[in-house]
Design a protein around this ligand. Structure first.
Ligand SMILES: [Zn+2]
Length: 342
């Protein structure tokens, strides 16, 4: 049977004209890696990422390494990085529904921003249009528009003995129903097929809850936690470190800040005291450490524009913990440590 819509799509694809009418993008960061990248045989998924870095530096890296097909900047400009038909290296170690190496069967879109912060109105508009165009072109259903955090997985390590989900939180916000609705995505995965099938274990309960833990009505969906909710306190409601973060509690990226202002990484906490951390110990999950600050090493030197974000934290000499949006640069005394999302 002759299928006009399908025939038209094929013709558009073959002509490579898919983006010539109606969709504007810039080639300012077109990657020199294009000629060496294979043309994909099939395209089943669209995978959304957040750069976790400001636009200019992210775009240069994406271009140099060919790490995305598109990048959507905060002002809504769309940059073509790797031709949409070619393989971009955006997923790393990845699995979805038993398939691995998702780069080989997906288009990757980087969105300038952070996994737990809302994107700009201009980005909603541009990303929604770009995703719609790609969905049409490659016959991708809404359930197959995924986030990097859904598909990334980690190899066994010192803390988690098996292949596990939770290697990345990248693009996490694109699993939230209110965000997907604004992108005209009306369906999404309701569970992790690889964890359910036993191919992976869940290495990040917090992430799994954001991706799949909500109840049916979108209005009841949990929002991405606020800054204050992210600073967990041991002993509150009887919670231990393991209750709060599972196996992630003992990774180097989990930080324990004691009342006297000293801190340890999860990997530095001796096994025998793990269940005996003093109540009131503050806990940050998924952070990098930098510092101490001094006269020649300011916060913006260490973490750039992130220095004043609400999810960058400062441990002041004396033990007080302040978020980036609660301090001014000249308040930061020598000896202050910085913890920022990694
Ligand atoms: Zn990513």
């Amino acid at each position: 049977m002759f299928d006009l819509a399908s025939a038209l799509r094929t013709a558009i694809l073959l002509a490579g004209l898919a983006f010539s009418c109606g969709f504007q993008f810039s080639n300012a960061y077109y990657s020199p890696r294009n000629p060496e990248r294979e043309v994909r045989v099939s395209t089943r998924y669209i995978i959304l990422h957040t750069t976790e870095a400001p636009g200019s530096s992210a775009l240069m890296t994406l271009r140099d390494l060919g790490e995305a097909n598109f990048c959507v900047d905060t002002d809504g400009r769309v940059f073509r990085i790797v031709d949409h038909r070619r393989t971009a290296y955006h997923c790393g170690r990845s699995m979805w529904d038993g398939r691995v190496n998702l780069d080989e069967c997906s288009v990757g879109i980087e969105v300038v921003g952070y996994h737990d912060r809302d994107i700009t109105p201009a980005q909603y508009q541009a990303l929604g249009a770009l995703v719609a165009e790609l969905k049409f072109l490659y016959h991708v259903s809404d359930e197959r528009v995924l986030t990097h955090s859904m598909v990334a997985y980690g190899a066994p390590n010192k803390w988690i003995p098996r292949n596990h989900r939770g290697r990345k939180r990248c693009g996490m916000l694109f699993a939230l129903p209110r965000v997907r609705q604004k992108l005209h995505l009306l369906a999404q995965p309701r569970y992790d097929p690889d964890v359910r099938a036993g191919r992976l274990i869940n290495g990040d309960p917090y992430l799994a809850n954001v991706l799949y833990g909500r109840g049916a009505p979108p209005a009841a969906a949990p929002a991405v936690p606020t800054t204050r909710e992210r600073v967990q306190t041991i002993g509150a409601d009887g919670a231990s470190a393991g209750d709060i973060a599972g196996e992630e509690a003992w990774r180097a990226s989990t930080l324990y800040i004691f009342r006297d202002g000293h801190f340890l990484r999860g990997s530095q906490v001796p096994q025998k005291v793990r269940n005996k951390l003093p109540p009131g110990t503050r806990m940050l999950v998924g952070f990098a450490v930098c510092g101490p600050l001094c006269a020649t090493r300011r916060a913006s030197d260490v973490c750039g524009a992130r220095w004043h974000l609400p999810d960058t934290f400062y441990l002041l000499p004396g033990g007080m913990l302040k978020a980036g949006n609660e301090i001014s640069a000249n308040q930061l005394a020598s000896g202050t440590m910085i913890f920022y999302r990694n």
